[in-house]
Design a protein around this ligand. Sequence first.
Ligand code: AMP
Length: 181
Amino acid sequence: MIILFGPAGAGKSVQGHLLAARYEWRWLSAGQLLRETKDTAYLEAMQKGEFVPDEQIRSVMGNALKSAGDIAHVILDGFPRQMQQAQWLVEARGEHGRDISAVIVLDVAAEVIEKRLHIRGRADDTAESIDRRLELYREETMPIVDYFTGNNIPVVHVDGAGTVGQVHDAIVEELTKRGVV
Ligand code: AMP
């Protein structure tokens, strides 16, 4: 499996869709799976930019991973966001059956992110929610990169500030170098 990593607005979903379409892989977005549940408790947390409780997101993600069982690669978008989620991915390999082939970190400056989210205009893209999501990314999600590196999982930084096509090409180049595609 490939993990797309980066703050809200970095382009994880767009890039995840493109990769999935190009290689016939499954794109699994934690946020999208949560929105599809229509669970009001989840939607309330999401509207504020807070995390959905760990146990729930793990169960949603675990089921989605199981249902993608026969597909060569899955692309995780927005998961893991907390250390215990990352530990679960690495330690519960027997449960979900997948190794992590690469972690792609999309690096994008804060000004670019704010502009993109403003244009996107999703219901949870309010000023307060954006601030909270970026704060949680810095405090809880970023430290996961070191955890992956410490577990010998390849982490690749890609400049996410270019056009959709440029970023896609840069990701494909990195995946090619590592023999994933
Ligand atoms: P996204 O679609 O990736 O922007 O996610 C939208 C929202 O879903 C986030 O702001 C969180 O409220 C929630 N969410 C998504 N992924 C996770 C996760 N891995 N852990 C906890 N909450 C999540």
